[in-house]
Design a binder for this molecule. Structure first.
Ligand code: FE2
Length: 424
């Protein structure tokens, strides 16, 4: 007897008709069409799309849901956001950080996102946020995989205490080494920070994920050093360049050299479309640059490209509900990726490509994978991107974690009453 069977689901990435998924002991035990077995609990997906959970590869859990504290970022710029964050930080305490993180994780679960990589600012001698979020990692583990990156937000060398604090954060159990080379005082300091941080990760057997070249300056080229150090230290596949917005503005000839270097180092790329379309190009009049990294070209070159939400209602971004389909939708619009294969790639950028970046184990819809999945009120991935529909059911380890009723409108059209659900 199985624990759970989902019947008549259209599996993401599978074109062979409807399938039934049987789960036992928190794992997927069988995937078949017309499964004969019985289970304690069954659910009919009615032909709707079933996908492995959404993955948010880049987030800031310490700052989220602080909108309006102590004031709102009126200009919407990165610089006002940084100034505002330094006003928010002294107001935080552990309980506040934890309760906001739990609230955000519940939002994520309701939207079908069951893995989040969050950067945490380590430039605070008390490491308040690090300790609070390490507790949250354990508390949400039954529901969400939360991975933390030690982020020297004020600069690894620029903040005189950051080097020591970052090591302390790693000693406490933070999972990934962060960095922010473009924010150091000079290009040379930025390069040295990349080397020092990659060496630290290599010594400790950790992954790396740096905020890298989040700038409109085409000469911000720290990604080159990140790729070089990744190859030199044998860290291929374990290093991520987040944002990489300067690539938007770089000279095309230089990029034709850079992308193969990144490929050689198997760099994971994370774009944050909602945030970078908002923050970049602010010094431009017109034409105004979009400022998202070259998602289409990087994916075409075979790099693993994921997307992150980055912010929800914090000093840098006043909007958001933590919906990874909104992120992918913005990404495909900004990157002009409206071809079918390109839209499918953007769906993967918030699912399996994110899982690869985070190194998640047991992710997917094959037999033996964790019984974690989401049923959407859409017939396929492209319809999901178009409608950003209700997440009808979200399962974690074979147990129901969230449910949302089917959504439709009733239109009173003269003598006709019509139900509208925006499908053809
Ligand atoms: Fe970020």
């Amino acid at each position: 007897m199985l624990d759970l069977i989902i019947r008549n689901a259209r599996l993401a990435g599978d074109k062979d008709g409807l399938k039934d998924i049987g789960c036992k002991d928190g794992r997927i035990a069988v995937v078949e069409s017309s499964l004969e077995a019985k289970a304690k609990e069954e659910f009919d997906a009615e032909g709707y799309l079933l996908t492995a959970p959404f993955v948010d590869s880049h987030f800031h859990m310490d700052a989220t849901l602080t909108y309006g504290r102590p004031r709102v970022n009126q200009s919407g710029t990165l610089l006002e956001g940084i100034a505002l964050w330094s006003e928010v930080k002294p107001l935080l305490d552990a309980e506040d950080i934890k309760s906001r993180a739990h609230q955000l994780c519940r939002w994520a679960a309701a939207k079908g996102t069951l893995a989040i990589r969050s950067h945490v600012d380590i430039c605070d001698p008390s490491l308040l946020a690090v300790e609070a979020l390490l507790e949250v990692v354990k508390e949400v583990e039954p529901y969400i995989d939360l991975q933390l990156v030690a982020f020297p937000q004020d600069g690894f060398f620029r903040d005189p205490q950051a080097e020591e604090l970052l090591v302390r954060a790693l000693d406490k159990g933070v999972h990934v080494v962060g960095g922010i080379p473009h924010f150091e005082r000079s290009m040379e300091d930025g390069s040295r920070s990349v080397t020092a941080l990659c060496e630290l990760a290599a010594e400790r057997g950790l992954m790396v994920d740096m905020h890298c070249d989040e700038s409109d300056d085409p000469h911000s080229r720290h990604i080159e050093m990140l790729a070089r150090e990744t190859s030199r230290l044998g860290l291929q596949g374990r290093v991520t360049g987040s944002h990489l917005t300067s690539m938007h503005s770089m000279d095309n000839y230089y990029v034709s050299k850079l992308i193969p270097l990144m490929k050689e180092a198997e760099i994971n790329v994370i774009a944050n479309p909602l945030i970078n379309i908002t923050l970049q190009g602010r010094h431009d009049t017109y034409p105004k640059r979009r400022g998202m990294t070259r998602v289409k070209e990087l994916a075409e070159a075979g790099l693993n490209v994921a997307c992150g939400h980055d912010c929800v209602m914090d000093p840098w971004y006043s909007l958001g509900s933590h919906d990874m389909l909104e992120v992918a939708s913005m990404g495909l619009h900004v990157g002009q990726m409206t071809g079918q294969a390109e839209m499918m790639e953007m769906f993967r950028s918030v699912t399996e490509n994110g899982a690869k970046t985070l190194g998640l184990e047991g992710y997917g819809l094959e037999v033996g994978c964790n019984a974690d999945f989401v049923i959407l009120q859409a017939k396929n991935e492209i319809e999901a991107l178009r409608l950003r529909p209700a997440r009808l059911r979200v399962y974690r380890r074979g147990k129901l974690l969230s449910s949302t009723p089917k959504q439709s409108a009733t239109v009173y059209w003269g003598d006709v009453t019509a139900d509208v659900d925006f499908t053809l």
